[in-house]
Design a protein around this ligand. Structure first.
Ligand code: HEC
Ligand code: HEC
Length: 187
């Protein structure tokens, strides 16, 4: 098989596993109220989760860090990120055209609303990092650097999932935070 066929087979395999997972997850979500839906657009959306584009996003963009919930950045940010993958925060994260188009469309469709919520007062801006959003900085300003860059198990704020155990699902409530070497966060 050539590499492309392999990839398609790979996506199919993920699609099937994903649908099963989704069915189980969907059941566990019914009746549960979800406070953090706004961070989670596209991930919570059941048709989004198992679509080939969502799978491609998770596979390609979840290899070095979590596949960040698309709602955390506005569309303009995702578009800049997707057009500069050859120089991605010092790494080469280049992909071929097909996946780029698919993932860009997926991210654009599920991007956050500029000017609202976490992206308040950011209309017209296209930050490349979630960790540079004023909202992000404000929410984390009580977390000392020694627990982040000074903590070998964390390293950087970009590793959301190390502290937020349900980050990939877009859940960031304080009660799901556990910092390695520190424990639960109470403030
Ligand atoms: C080869 C590894 C690699 C791949 C693949 C990769 N990234 Fe990254 N990404 C990085 C590194 C390294 C950083 C910087 C992390 C840090 O500063 O600690 C980063 C940071 C980011 C950030 C900013 C996080 C923050 O600090 O707020 C976003 C957004 C992002 N990547 C999106 C993507 C998307 C979208 C894809 C898929 C097209 C992708 N990444 C694929 C390595 C990768
Ligand atoms: C070193 C651990 C750590 C890392 C890494 C981290 N956070 Fe947090 N985060 C916290 C703590 C602690 C709080 C709670 C702060 C408070 O309110 O006192 C928090 C709060 C938040 C909140 C606000 C939750 C609420 O209900 O108000 C959001 C949203 C959030 N983080 C998103 C992220 C995202 C996105 C990333 C990755 C880009 C990330 N965090 C990385 C520790 C971390």
């Amino acid at each position: 098989m050539n590499a492309n066929v392999n990839k398609v087979v790979g996506y199919l395999r993920w699609g099937i596993a994903g649908s099963l997972l989704l069915a189980a997850w969907g059941l566990s979500l019914t009746g549960m109220s979800r406070a953090s839906d706004n961070y989670n657009r596209g991930v919570a959306n059941s048709s989004g989760v198992s679509s080939p584009a969502a799978m491609a996003y998770r596979e390609e963009c979840g290899a070095c860090h979590i596949a960040y919930p698309p709602g955390l950045l506005p569309e303009a940010s995702w578009r800049s990120i997707m057009t500069t993958l050859d120089d991605h925060f010092g790494e080469n994260a280049e992909l071929s055209e097909g996946p780029v188009a698919m993932i860009t469309a997926y991210l654009s469709e599920n991007a956050g609303n500029p000017g609202r919520g976490m992206l308040k007062r950011m209309a017209g801006e296209a930050p490349l990092r979630i960790t540079e959003l004023p909202y992000f900085i404000r929410k984390h300003d009580e977390v000392p650097e020694r627990l982040v860059s000074g903590n070998p198990e964390v390293g950087s704020f970009s590793n959301c999932n190390v502290c937020h155990q349900r980050a990939e699902r877009g859940e960031f409530d304080e009660d799901t935070v556990r910092i390695p070497g520190y424990g639960r966060w109470d403030d």
